[in-house]
Design a protein around this ligand. Structure first.
Ligand code: ADP
Length: 595
C-alpha cells in the first residue's frame, strides 16, 4: 500500500475510534444520570409521603382543641362579662393550664370584635390581651360560624404559627372566638432532623409561593419566585408575615419555568453558595401548602467521572482488541497470500529444476556416450585389425573354395564353407559386442552375470591387448558371480580401466594385466597392470572430470564417469600403486541380493 494511503486509512480509523469514544462517553453520561434519577426518585417520593404524614399528624392533634374548649360555658360567660376581671383571670389560668398540657403555643379568646380578652400568655411581655385580630382570616371564618385554620407570623410574638379557631355560640349567636396557636418551630425542628437523616432538604410553600417552613434557615420566609408589586402589597396588607417585605430566593432556572416533560432540577442558593436539587413536590390541600423534598444531585455527579473513566477504558480495550484482531486477520491473510505465492514459486522452481535435471541427465548420458565412443576411437586400430583379419581370411577361403569347386573337389570345398560360416559367425559376434557396448544404457538395474560382462568388455579391448603383447591373467572364483546393476554401464567401467592400463603399459617392456574377482562381504574386482603407476600427487585428481595425461584423443572423462557409475551402484572405486609397481584399481560392489 502507498504510504500516503496507509496514513489516510490510519487517520480514518483513529477518527472513528475517537468518535466512538465520544459516543461512549455521552451514552455513559446519559445512562449514569438516568439510572441515578431512577434510583433517587422513588426514595424522594417515599420521603415526601413521610413528611406530609408527619405534618398532618402534628396538626391534627391541635385541630379539635378549640372545638372542645368552645363547649366550656365558662368561656361564654367570660365573653358576656368581659369586665369581670376575676372571671377573666380565671380563664387566663385555665388557658395557661391547657396550653401546658397540649403543648400548644398560645390559646386565647377573642370577643366578637376580634379583640383578645383572655390569653394563656397573659403574663408574657408579648401578651395578646388587648390586641385586635379581626384582620386574621381565622377570625373571619370563625365569626361566620366555621372552624378556621390559618398559618402566619404572629404580629405580637413574631413567631411562625398555625392557628385553629372556633366560634363560641350561645342561643345561635356568636359571642366570640377561641383560638389555638401551634408553634411551627418545633415541627420544623423535627422535620429538619428527618431531612438531615434522609440527606435531603425540605421546604413548605403556600399559595403565595412564600416558603413558610424549611430545613435550611436562609430559605425561610423567602418566595420561590420574584413577586409582583401587587402580590407584595396583598401579602403586606394581610400581615400574614407580620410587617416583613418578602424577597425571592435565587433559583435557576426560574421556578415553575420547566415544562412537565423536564426533570425538576433547580440550582438554589443557600447558606454555603448554591446547589442543584431535584424537586419532588406534593400538596397538602387542607393547609394550602406545597411540600418540597429537595434531593441534592451532587452525589450523582461525584461518581460520574469514575464511571466515565471505566466505560472509556472498557471501550478503548474493546476497540483496541477489535482493531488488533482485525490487524491480525489482515496479517494472516497477507501471510497466507505470501505463503501461496511462495508455494507457487517453489512449484515453478521445482519444475524448472526438474526440467534442468532431466536436461542434465540427458547431457550426462551424452557425455557417457561420448566417453564410450572415445574409448572405441582409441581402440579403433586394433578393432580394425580384429575385423580385417577374419575378413581377409574369409576372402581367401572363398577364393580357395571357388578353385576347389572348379576342380570338383566337393569335400574340401564343404570343409572350406564350414570354416567360412564359423568365420562369419565370429565376425557377427565381434560386431554384436561393439553394438552392445556402444548402445545407450537401458537404465534398468537387474542381476547380471559378472563373468559375461567381464568377457564382453574383454572382447572389446582384446585386440588392443594382443596388439600390445600384454599377458592377461584372469583370476575368477569357481562358481559364476552376479552383480546387481546395469550391465552396459559396468562394461563401460571395465573397458575404461582396462584400456587405461593398456595405454599405461605401452611405456614398459614387461606387460602384465591381472584381473581378479573375489567374493567376501562385498564383490571385489581388482585390475592391476605392470605400468608406471599413478603419480602419487594425482591419485584423487585422476577421478576429476577432464583430467588427463593422455596424448591420444582422451577427454579425461573416463574415470570420473566410472566413479559416478560405480557410486550409483552403491559401490566404490579406488586406486593405489602396487608394491611391485603398476596401478591397481579396486572396485567394491554390494553383493547381489540373495547371494
Ligand atoms: P583419459 O584416459 O582420457 O586420460 P581417464 O579419466 O580415463 O581419462 O584417465 C585420467 C588419467 O588417469 C589418465 O590421463 C592417466 O594419467 C591416469 N591413469 C588412468 N589409468 C592409469 C593407469 N592404469 N596407470 C597410470 N595412469 C593412469
Amino acid at each position: 500500500m502507498q504510504p500516503q494511503a496507509s496514513f489516510r486509512k490510519r487517520l480514518g480509523i483513529t477518527l472513528l475510534m475517537l468518535l466512538g469514544l465520544c459516543a461512549t462517553l455521552a451514552i455513559t453520561y446519559w445512562y449514569h444520570l438516568e439510572q441515578g434519577f431512577a434510583r433517587i426518585q422513588p426514595l424522594a417520593n417515599r420521603q415526601l409521603t413521610e413528611v406530609i404524614n408527619f405534618i398532618d399528624g402534628a396538626l391534627i392533634r391541635y385541630e379539635s382543641i378549640p372545638h372542645v374548649l368552645s363547649t366550656n360555658p365558662m368561656l361564654a360567660s367570660a365573653l358576656a362579662h368581659s369586665d369581670n376581671s376575676d372571671e377573666i383571670r380565671h380563664i387566663n389560668r385555665y388557658f395557661e393550664e391547657i396550653q401546658h398540657v397540649t403543648e400548644a403555643s398560645d390559646i386565647y379568646l377573642l370577643n366578637n370584635q376580634g379583640e383578645a380578652i383572655a390569653a394563656s400568655n397573659w403574663q408574657k411581655p408579648y401578651s395578646f390581651i388587648g390586641q385586635n385580630y379581626a384582620f386574621r382570616p381565622y377570625y373571619t371564618e370563625a365569626i361566620a360560624g366555621r372552624l378556621g385554620s390559618y398559618y402566619a407570623v404572629g404580629t405580637s410574638s413574631d413567631t411562625r404559627g398555625f392557628y385553629f379557631s372556633y366560634p363560641i355560640v350561645e342561643k345561635g349567636k356568636v359571642l366570640g372566638i377561641i383560638v389555638v396557636k401551634v408553634d411551627i418551630a418545633d415541627i420544623e425542628e423535627q422535620l429538619t432532623g428527618l431531612a438531615k437523616a434522609g440527606q435531603y432538604e425540605l421546604a413548605i410553600s403556600g399559595n403565595d409561593q412564600v416558603i413558610f417552613l424549611a430545613s435550611m434557615a436562609s430559605w425561610r420566609l423567602k418566595s420561590l419566585m420574584p413577586l409582583t408589586s401587587a402580590a407584595q402589597d396583598a401579602i403586606y396588607q394581610s400581615r400574614r408575615y407580620a410587617n416583613r417585605i418578602i424577597t425571592a430566593l435565587s433559583i435557576k432556572p426560574p421556578y415553575n419555568s420547566l415544562n412537565d416533560a423536564e426533570r425538576s432540577l433547580y440550582h438554589i442558593s443557600h447558606d454555603d453558595g448554591h446547589e442543584q436539587f431535584l424537586d419532588t413536590k406534593g400538596s397538602m390541600s387542607k393547609a394550602g401548602w406545597d411540600v418540597h423534598v429537595l434531593t441534592p444531585v451532587k452525589p450523582l455527579y461525584t461518581s460520574l467521572p469514575l464511571t466515565m473513566l471505566l466505560s472509556a477504558s472498557v471501550y478503548m480495550l474493546l476497540a483496541l482488541g477489535l482493531s488488533f484482531s482485525l490487524e491480525r486477520r489482515k496479517n494472516m491473510r497477507r501471510m497466507q497470500q505470501a505463503h501461496n505465492l511462495l508455494e507457487l514459486r517453489v512449484k515453478e522452481r521445482t519444475q524448472e529444476l526438474e526440467s534442468a535435471n532431466t536436461k542434465l541427465q540427458e547431457t550426462q548420458e551424452e557425455l557417457i556416450q561420448a566417453a564410450k565412443l572415445t574409448v572405441i576411437g582409441s581402440l579403433s586400430a586394433s578393432i580394425n585389425h580384429e575385423i580385417n583379419q577374419p575378413l581377409a581370411a574369409l576372402r581367401s577361403y572363398a577364393q580357395n573354395t571357388q578353385t576347389l569347386l572348379q576342380r570338383d573337389m566337393q569335400d574340401k570345398a564343404k570343409e572350406n564353407l564350414s570354416t567360412i560360416i564359423s568365420l562369419s559367425d565370429r565376425l557377427a559376434e565381434i560386431v554384436a559386442q561393439f553394438k552392445s557396448f556402444t548402445r545407450k544404457s537401458e537404465g534398468q538395474d537387474k542381476a547380471n552375470s559378472l563373468n559375461d560382462t567381464l568377457g564382453e568388455a574383454l572382447t572389446i579391448v582384446n585386440p588392443e591387448i594382443e596388439k600390445q603383447r600384454i599377458s592377461l591373467h584372469l583370476e575368477l572364483p569357481d562358481q559364476p558371480v552376479r552383480f546387481f546393476g546395469d550391465k552396459v554401464r559396468l562394461q563401460q567401467v571395465l573397458v575404461n580401466i582396462i584400456s587405461n592400463a593398456v595405454v599405461a603399459m605401452q611405456q614398459v617392456d614387461t606387460r602384465l594385466l591381472t584381473i581378479s574377482v573375489t567374493l567376501s562381504d562385498k564383490l571385489q574386482i581388482q585390475i592391476r597392470d605392470s605400468g608406471p603407476g599413478v603419480n602419487e600427487s594425482q591419485m584423487e585428481k585422476i577421478f576429476e572430470p577432464y583430467f588427463t595425461t593422455s596424448q591420444r584423443q582422451g577427454l579425461g572423462l573416463g574415470l570420473s564417469i566410472s566413479r559416478r557409475i560405480i557410486e550409483s551402484m552403491n559401490g566404490t572405486i579406488t586406486v593405489t600403486n602396487a608394491a611391485e609397481g603398476g596401478a591397481e584399481f579396486v572396485i567394491l560392489l554390494p553383493l547381489c541380493p540373495g547371494e
